[in-house]
Ligand binder design. Structure first.
Ligand SMILES: NC(=O)c1ccc[n+]([C@@H]2O[C@H](COP(=O)([O-])OP(=O)(O)OC[C@H]3O[C@@H](n4cnc5c(N)ncnc54)[C@H](O)[C@@H]3O)[C@@H](O)[C@H]2O)c1
Ligand SMILES: [Zn+2]
Length: 361
C-alpha cells in the first residue's frame, strides 16, 4: 500500500497530511534537525505494535529526549496535566526549536497540541492520530485544548500541527466501540457530502476503515477549514449534529455515550428538526437514519435522556446572544439536500424533535 499525501492550508500555515503506511519513518524525518523531540502519548497506545514502532523510529533519530505519558482519555486533558508535561519538557531541555509528537486519540492530540501551543509561547507539533475520530476530525484543523472540571474544551488555542500522519492499519487494536464512535463523525461528513454514503456502507460491512475513507473525510474537513480557519461561517458546518449531540454527551455524564454515539443522535435530531421546520421531507430523515443504522450507531435515546440533553444543550459554547443557532439541511433540487448554518428554530419545532428522538420504555 502506498500513502496518500494531501496538502492542508490554514491562513499562512501549510502542512501535510499523510494517510497510509510509512508513518514511523515520516515521523522520524520530522524529528531531524530539531533541538529536542518529545513524544506525548498514553500508556495504552504506547503498548500497541504501532505505538512501539513510532517510538522506536523516533528513538533511532537520537534526539527524542522525552516520552511523556498522559493519563488515558479525558483525564489527560487538564491544565494540571499540561503543567506536568510542560515541566517535563523544560527538564528535558526543550527549546522553541523543539518538536512535540502527539501519538494517540483525540484526547492526546488535543492535550499535546495545547501543550505545544503554550510551551514557550508555541513550539511545533505533529499529530499521529490512532483513532478513527482523531484521523478524520480531532487531529485536523488546529483546534487544541483541555477541559475545565465543569466544561469540556473550555481552555484552548488555535495551533495547527506541522504534519498529520495517519495509518489506518493502526486502528486494528482499537476497540470496536471506539471505531464506531469515529463512524459517527464519518456519517456527519456523509451528511455534508452524500457521495460518501456508499463508502461508509462498505466500511460498516467490513468493519475496517481504509485509507480512502479516512482521506475523503479528512479532505472535506481540510477544505472547509482552509476556506474558514477561524469558524466565522462555513466551518460551522462541521458542528452538524453537535448541538444536541453535546447535550446527549452531557446528559450521559460524558460516560454513557461516546462522542460519536452522541453525534449520531445529534445528526438524527438535526434532520428531524429540519423536517419539523418543513425544510426536508421524511426521505431525508430515513436516508440519514439508514446510514446511522448501517454504521451500528443509535438515532434515539430514552425520552428522559433526550429531555435532559435538550436542557443541557443550552450550555453549548457555540450559543450566541440570539439563542441556539443550528446547522440544518434543506432540500434542494433532485431530492438532495444542502446544509445551512446559523439557522434559528422555533421552540415548538425543537420540542417536536426532542419528542421524536426520545424513546419511552
Ligand atoms: N480538536 C478538535 O477539533 C476535536 C474534534 C473532535 C474531537 N476532539 C476531541 O477528541 C477527543 C476524543 O477523541 P477519541 O475519540 O479519539 O478518544 P480518546 O482519545 O479518548 O481515545 C479513545 C480510547 O482509545 C484508546 N486508543 C487510542 N488509539 C488506540 C489504538 N490504536 N489502539 C487501541 N486503543 C487506542 C485511547 O487510549 C482511549 O482509551 C475528545 O476529547 C474531543 O473533545 C477534538
Ligand atoms: Zn465531533
Amino acid at each position: 500500500m502506498t500513502a496518500k499525501v494531501m496538502q492542508a492550508r490554514q491562513e499562512a500555515h501549510a502542512y501535510e497530511m499523510r494517510v497510509g503506511d510509512g508513518v514511523p519513518d515520516a515521523a522520524a524525518q520530522l524529528a531531524h534537525g530539531r533541538d529536542c523531540v518529545a513524544l506525548v502519548s498514553c500508556a495504552r497506545v504506547l503498548r500497541t505494535p504501532f505505538g512501539k514502532q513510532v517510538r522506536a523510529a523516533l528513538a533511532r533519530t537520537g534526539n527524542c529526549a522525552l516520552v511523556h505519558t498522559l493519563p488515558d482519555g479525558e483525564k489527560g486533558k487538564t491544565l494540571a496535566q499540561t503543567e506536568r508535561a510542560a515541566i517535563r519538557l523544560l527538564q528535558a531541555g526543550a527549546t522553541r526549536r523543539s518538536l512535540v509528537v502527539a501519538l494517540g486519540g483525540g484526547a492526546v492530540t488535543d492535550a499535546a497540541g495545547f501543550l505545544a501551543a503554550t510551551y514557550m509561547r508555541g513550539v511545533s507539533w505533529a499529530a499521529v492520530p490512532t483513532t478513527l475520530l482523531a484521523m478524520v476530525d480531532a487531529a485536523l484543523g488546529g483546534k487544541t485544548g483541555v477541559n475545565l472540571p465543569m466544561a469540556k474544551n473550555a481552555v484552548g488555542a488555535f495551533h495547527p500541527p506541522i504534519a498529520v500522519l495517519a495509518d489506518p492499519a493502526s486502528l486494528e487494536t482499537l476497540p470496536e466501540r471506539e471505531l464506531r464512535s469515529g463512524l459517527g463523525e464519518v456519517v456527519k461528513y456523509a451528511a455534508l457530502r452524500p457521495a460518501l454514503l456508499e463508502r461508509l456502507r462498505a466500511t460498516a460491512r467490513s468493519g475496517r476503515a481504509d485509507a480512502t475513507l479516512v482521506a475523503s473525510c479528512a479532505r472535506i474537513k481540510m477544505e472547509i477549514v482552509e476556506r474558514d480557519p477561524k469558524e466565522r461561517g462555513e466551518r460551522k458546518l462541521l458542528n452538524l449534529g453537535h448541538t444536541f449531540g453535546h447535550g446527549v454527551e452531557a446528559a450521559g455524564g460524558f460516560a454513557k455515550y461516546t462522542h460519536g454515539e452522541s453525534v449520531a443522535v445529534g445528526l438524527a435530531f438535526a434532520f428531524r428538526l429540519a423536517r419539523a421546520l418543513g425544510r426536508v421531507d421524511s426521505a431525508a430523515v430515513e436516508s440519514l437514519e439508514g446510514a446511522l443504522d448501517a454504521a451500528g450507531l443509535p438515532a434515539h435515546v430514552p425520552g428522559q435522556v433526550a429531555r435532559r440533553a435538550a436542557r443541557l444543550m443550552g450550555y453549548d459554547k457555540k450559543r450566541t446572544a440570539d439563542g441556539l443557532q443550528w446547522v440544518l439541511p434543506r432540500t434542494s433540487r433532485g431530492g438532495a439536500w444542502e446544509m445551512e448554518w446559523d439557522v434559528t428554530a422555533a421552540p415548538r419545532a425543537v420540542e417536536q424533535a426532542v419528542e421524536e428522538i426520545g424513546e419511552e420504555p
